[in-house]
Design a protein around this ligand. Structure first.
Ligand code: BDR
Ligand code: CA
Length: 335
C-alpha cells in the first residue's frame, strides 16, 4: 500500500467544492490534512461553516481555517447564489447541529506551518479564488521550495470564459492573487474550463450515490447538486440534455489520482489583472522566447490540462464516491 498524499484543500464551498471534498475524503490515495477557506461561491464565513459542516457530516475531524474575505486589490462582488444557493449548498432546508471547532490560524499561516512541518510532502489543491496562496507566499517566500506541488481549478486557455468571454470565475474573483500563484515557481498544474467543460456529471449519479449509502453526507450532497444542476441545465443546452452539471473542482483531485486521463501542455501562464481581459489566463503555447515585459524566460511554466477522457473520468468519480468511506456523523452533544 502506498502512503496517501497529504493534501490541503483550499476551497469556497460551493457545490462542486463539496463534491471535490467528498471525493478526496473517499479516495484512499489522498489524505486531507486541512481545509483553507475563501470567499467566492459564498462569503468566507459561510465557506467556513460549510467546510465544518461537510466534514462533520462525513464523520471526519479536519482542521478548518479562516481565509480571505475579499480579493487582494479589486472590489469584492456578491456571491453567485443563483448557482450554489445562498448557503452554498443549494439552500439546505435545515442543518443538524454538528461538533467541530475552528483552527485559530489564518488559512495562509496554516499552509505555511504545514509546509514547514512536512517539507516536500504537501500538495495544495486550490479550487476557489487564490488569495490564500498569495498571502502564504508573502508570509513565506520560500514556500515554493517547501511544497510538493500545487493543483488549481481555474482559468481557460482555448475554451471561453464563464464570467466573461475570457475569464473563469476563480481567476476573475482575484486576478492579482492568481498572477502571483502562476509566477511563484512551484510545480503547478492548472485544471481549467478546457477540461472541466468536457465533464458533465448527471444528477442521477448523485441520486444513485445517495441511495447506495443512505447517509446524511451523501443526502446533503445530492440536495446541493440538484440545485446546482438546475442552474447549469437551464443555462447550457448540452448539460440540460441530461440534467446535470459540470464537476469543475472535483477534477483537481482526479488529475492527482488518475493523471493518465488527462493531456497536459506546459507553458507560461499570466493573468490579465484589469481592463477588458481582466481575469483571462493567457498561455504561451509556443516554445519561443518573447522579449516583452512579463514574458521573459525566467517566468516559470505551468502544466495546463487541455484534454480529459470524459467517460473514464466520470467512472472514477462514481467508483470513488461509491466506496465505503463515511463514518458516523459528528453531532453536537445536547443536554
Ligand atoms: C469555479 O467557480 C466556482 O463557482 C466553482 O466552485 C469552481 O471552483 C468554476 O468556474
Ligand atoms: Ca470552487
Amino acid at each position: 500500500m502506498s502512503i496517501p498524499r497529504k493534501v490541503i484543500f483550499d476551497t469556497d464551498p460551493g457545490v462542486d467544492d463539496a463534491m471535490a471534498l467528498y471525493y478526496a475524503l473517499a479516495h484512499p490515495g489522498l489524505e486531507v490534512i486541512g481545509i483553507a477557506t475563501t470567499f467566492g461561491n459564498v462569503y468566507v464565513e459561510q465557506a467556513v461553516a460549510n467546510a465544518l459542516y461537510l466534514t462533520a457530516l462525513a464523520g471526519r475531524q479536519i482542521s478548518v481555517t479562516v481565509g480571505m474575505a475579499q480579493p487582494l486589490v479589486k472590489k469584492a462582488e456578491a456571491p453567485p447564489d443563483f448557482i450554489h444557493g445562498a448557503d452554498g449548498l443549494g439552500n439546505l432546508p435545515q442543518r443538524v447541529a454538528t461538533a467541530g471547532a475552528l483552527d485559530p490560524r489564518s488559512s495562509a499561516q496554516f499552509i505555511v506551518d504545514m509546509a514547514r512541518q512536512f517539507p516536500g510532502e504537501i500538495t495544495l489543491v486550490a479550487v476557489g479564488p487564490l488569495g490564500n496562496l498569495a498571502a502564504a507566499l508573502l508570509l513565506a517566500p520560500e514556500l515554493p521550495t517547501l511544497v510538493r506541488e500545487v493543483v488549481l481549478m481555474g482559468g481557460a486557455v482555448l475554451e471561453s470564459g464563464n464570467v466573461s468571454p475570457v475569464a473563469e470565475a476563480n481567476i476573475w474573483n482575484d486576478p492579482h492573487a492568481a498572477d502571483a500563484v502562476f509566477t511563484a515557481g512551484w510545480p503547478l498544474t492548472m485544471v481549467g474550463l478546457d477540461v472541466t467543460h468536457q465533464v458533465i456529471l448527471p444528477l442521477s449519479l448523485f441520486r444513485q450515490i445517495a441511495e447506495h449509502h443512505q447517509h446524511i453526507a451523501t443526502d446533503t450532497l445530492h440536495h446541493a447538486v440538484a440545485f446546482y444542476s438546475g442552474f447549469y441545465s437551464a443555462h447550457d443546452a448540452a448539460v440540460g440534455q441530461i440534467t446535470g452539471c459540470y464537476g469543475h473542482d472535483v477534477l483537481a483531485f482526479v488529475v492527482l489520482t488518475n493523471p493518465e486521463l488527462f493531456t497536459l501542455q506546459a507553458g507560461r501562464v499570466r493573468v490579465a489583472v484589469d481592463g477588458l481581459a481582466q481575469g483571462q489566463t493567457m498561455m504561451q503555447r509556443k516554445a519561443v522566447s518573447y522579449p516583452q515585459h512579463g514574458w521573459h524566460d525566467d517566468i516559470p511554466h505551468t502544466q495546463v490540462c487541455m484534454q480529459v477522457q470524459f467517460e473514464a473520468c466520470k467512472a472514477v468519480i462514481e467508483a470513488t464516491l461509491m466506496r465505503d468511506w463515511m463514518l458516523k456523523p459528528l453531532l453536537a452533544l445536547t443536554e
